[in-house]
Design a binder for this molecule. Structure first.
Ligand code: PLP
Length: 440
């Protein structure tokens, strides 16, 4: 009997004992093709000796020094590297250990920023329905997945939500993609005006929506309009790139493809590629200046901020990504992934939408393609697909509640940047067999 409190309170999952490239090996000798990196984490696959050695070397040299007393070489070098590739204006980095911590940190930083500047009335946070920003209470309050929020509804902080930018379900008949994007973005301005200009602190959004909507890139022009609206109203733009960032969508940061820069940007997952936990907030110079010119300190902190060993692991990860030109590989091979998915699922009666960018794709499953009607939630299709796929040796990341937080199902794919063409083809073949077995 396992003493670990597992996700399922009734069952113990299989034992994973080793990693080998894009595969995880079970204790029973089975090989699982990791086509989702757990939750879009393992972007270098599971056996990078160089990262393991960097971690061991730092642990041997200096494992931990509290950030209240010291900085460390790996934290400084990693911050330099991140700023070098960052969207314009982001020139400070605050290191945490997870995506949720990064989101908490960004929300609090925005809050204090306005107070440092003498605007204490700015307290509202606006986010989008169907978003996911993490599971700590602040991040969950920002998130827009109704099912994940429901269990803790009475604990959540009051935040405000607008519609997601999701053309497959939101675009009207005859409306161009650009017009739809502007209409979706204009909801932000309407919400700011409703709450009262001067009372809104920040707008937070995933640049490419991930866990709860399924790899939805923004409509063209959406984020440029969002940026304009935020600027017009003095609202900080926080882009949550915990899942879609660090090369996952074929550019080092997803917002680079949108031609805009946020004021604050959260990253995690692919930052350390799962070798050790690490998250970060990339901070605009103007935001940092408000602290430097104001009280002088951010009223926040965790024991493990800037953990030297975690930073050393992420530094080795990021050096490999740059040296091996893996972001360029992802960008170049997006076409291949799309073609494989289109060939296998383009005519599938229960695949309503195939979408994504880079190595970040999803299929949205529907009971009926014409009406886009989802399967009944009682069928628990997403959970069933996850089980069936794993039984066939494929790890994918299905999600439920895609349409409104309750109904709807999608399957998210986030293979390692290092995946070979043969592995990408195997991913699509195994997923096809899984869907055929379950949906006929
Ligand atoms: N933000 C986004 C966009 C995410 O996708 C996630 C996790 O999936 C988080 C935040 C939370 O990250 P973590 O699970 O590391 O706390």
């Amino acid at each position: 009997m396992s003493h670990v409190f597992h996700r399922s309170a009734r069952a113990t999952p299989p034992l994973a004992v080793a990693g080998e490239g894009s595969y995880i090996l079970g204790s029973d000798g089975r090989r699982y093709l990791d086509a989702c990196g757990g939750a879009a984490v393992s972007c270098l696959g599971h056996s990078q000796q160089e990262v393991a050695e960097a971690i061991a070397a730092q642990a041997g040299r200096l494992a931990y020094a509290h950030s209240g007393f010291f900085t460390s070489e790996p934290a400084e070098e990693l911050a330099d590297l991140l700023v070098e590739g960052a969207p314009r204006g982001l020139d400070k980095v605050y290191f945490v250990l997870s995506g949720s911590e990064a989101v908490e940190c960004a929300l609090k930083m925005a809050h204090q920023y306005h107070r440092e500047r003498g605007e204490p009335a700015r307290r509202h946070v606006i986010s989008r329905w169907q978003s996911y920003h993490g599971n700590t209470l602040g991040a969950l309050s920002a998130g827009g997945n109704r099912a994940r929020r429901a269990a803790y509804a009475d604990l959540l902080i009051d935040m405000h939500h607008i519609s997601p930018c999701h053309a497959y379900r939101g675009r009207q008949e005859g409306e161009s993609a650009e017009d739809y994007g502007l209409r979706a973005a204009d909801e932000l301005e309407a919400k700011i005006l409703e709450l009262g200009p001067g009372t809104v602190s920040a707008f937070i959004a995933e640049t490419v929506s991930g866990a709860t909507l399924g790899a939805v890139p923004p409509a063209p022009g959406y984020f440029r309009r969002i940026r304009e609206i935020c600027d017009r109203h003095g609202v900080l733009l926080i882009l949550d790139e915990v899942m879609c960032g660090m090369g996952r969508t074929g550019s080092l940061h997803a917002c680079l493809a949108e031609g805009i820069a946020p004021d604050l940007m959260t990253v995690a997952k692919g930052l350390g590629a799962g070798f050790l936990p690490l998250g970060a907030v990339l901070v605009g110079g103007h935001v940092h200046a408000a602290f430097a010119d104001g009280s002088g300190a951010f009223q926040h902190g965790h024991t493990f901020v800037g953990h030297p060993v975690a930073c050393a692991g992420a530094l080795a990860t990021q050096k490999i990504i740059r040296r091996e030109k893996l972001v360029e590989k992802v960008q170049a091979e997006e076409r291949l992934v799309r073609a494989l998915l289109e060939a296998r699922f383009g005519q599938h009666p229960h695949v309503g939408d195939i979408r994504g960018r880079g190595f970040f794709f999803a299929l949205e499953l529907v009971a009926d393609r014409d009406s886009k009607a989802p399967f009944a939630p009682e069928r628990q299709l997403a959970a069933t697909i996850k089980r069936e796929a794993q039984a066939r040796g494929l790890l994918c990341y299905p999600g439920a509640g895609t349409v409104d937080g309750e109904a709807g199902d999608h399957v998210l794919l986030a293979p390692p940047y290092t995946a070979t063409g043969a592995e990408l083809a195997e991913m699509v073949r195994l997923l096809g067999e899984t869907l055929d077995a379950l949906l006929g």
